[in-house]
Design a protein around this ligand. Structure first.
Ligand SMILES: [Fe+2]
Length: 311
């Protein structure tokens, strides 16, 4: 993981400019859920009170079948965004061109409001470790990732949105805190940010820093999505398990994030012990209620109507 980053810049003339204008900013979508197969039929039968869905890209990169058929019906009724786990933007392995082709193909079908993945690497030398692995926050790694983000944005013809991951180790080689690295990355590439509130809590707890330092170090105008999720408390460390409800400490951090970032499209991730849709809707209602408590409801309504400057 600490090997020198060797890959050269892949795009000298990025088609997507580094400076993002406020008018480029994707819309505020409100309060959404991760689309899970367990809920397909309830969604189609019940018209649930969900403003939008986040679609796991890799689950639909197939030529046909039931998931794709369900997705086609759901995107007719709800705004969607695409969220991937395999871009491996920080790896030293070449960018997987077939993967980008598949992303583009799926995007033509879903018409996502944005496409996100994680600021991490998932493998090298042809091996996919199926995990979101941490990176050293060095100048060298930053230059490497900046060049790859430019390239991916050119291939996708849009700005990428990158998510902070939860981490369990840190690198002696790091030259700056994670939030400074992310700030520099978005400044140099114009990429948007997906601020995973639970991941910030998990990493801050595990590494012993203040989650508010992270939150306050992220540029307020770059965050277009929040993730909320449950983690497991192991005593002297916590693990990002996504297998139960959002914990109180994370709701508190969400309130602080709303105060700093304003109305930002919010969704709840649940990947294990997935409860009935009704339970997820109850949890989503908690997010709505907290947002109404922290922000003026008028501001949320205006943002939903697309008439507010969100920052
Ligand atoms: Fe997340």
């Amino acid at each position: 993981m600490s090997d020198p980053v060797r890959r050269k810049a892949q795009a000298s003339k990025p088609a997507v400019a580094a400076s993002a204008q406020i008018e480029d900013r994707p819309p505020f979508l409100g309060f959404g859920l991760g689309l899970r197969p367990q809920h397909y039929q309830d969604i189609l039968d019940g018209n649930p009170d969900v403003d939008w869905f986040e679609v796991l890209s890799e689950n639909y990169m197939v030529p046909g079948g039931r998931p794709l058929a369900m997705l086609d019906r759901i995107v007719e009724g709800y705004p969607c965004v695409m969220h991937g786990v395999s871009l491996s933007i920080a790896s030293t392995a070449p960018i997987d061109e077939d993967y980008l082709d598949s992303l583009n193909t799926l995007a033509k079908r879903v018409h996502p409001k944005w496409i996100s993945d994680h600021l991490c690497w998932t493998g090298v030398h042809g091996v996919n470790l199926h995990d979101l692995l941490p990176i050293p926050y060095t100048r060298e790694a930053l230059d490497h990732i900046v060049s790859r983000v430019h390239y991916v944005q050119e291939r996708l013809g849009r700005r990428l949105c990158l998510e902070n991951v939860s981490t369990y180790v840190q690198f002696d080689q790091s030259e700056m805190p994670e939030w400074e690295f992310i700030s520099e990355l978005t400044h140099r590439t114009g990429c948007w940010l997906l601020f995973d509130v639970n991941n910030v809590f998990v990493s801050a707890f595990n590494h012993g820093y203040d989650a508010l330092d992270f939150l306050n170090g992220i540029p307020a105008d770059r965050v277009i999505q929040f993730h909320l999720a449950g983690h497991s408390d192991m005593g002297n460390y916590v693990v990002d398990t996504h297998d139960h409800a959002v914990r109180g400490e994370v709701w508190d951090l969400y309130k602080a994030a709303l105060r700093r970032f304003g109305p930002v499209s919010t969704m709840i991730e649940r990947d294990d012990n997935i409860p009935p849709l009704a339970d997820m809707l109850d949890e989503l209602q908690q997010a709505r209620a907290l947002a109404a408590e922290v922000l003026e409801p008028k501001k949320i309504a205006a943002a939903l109507a697309g008439s507010a400057t969100i920052a």
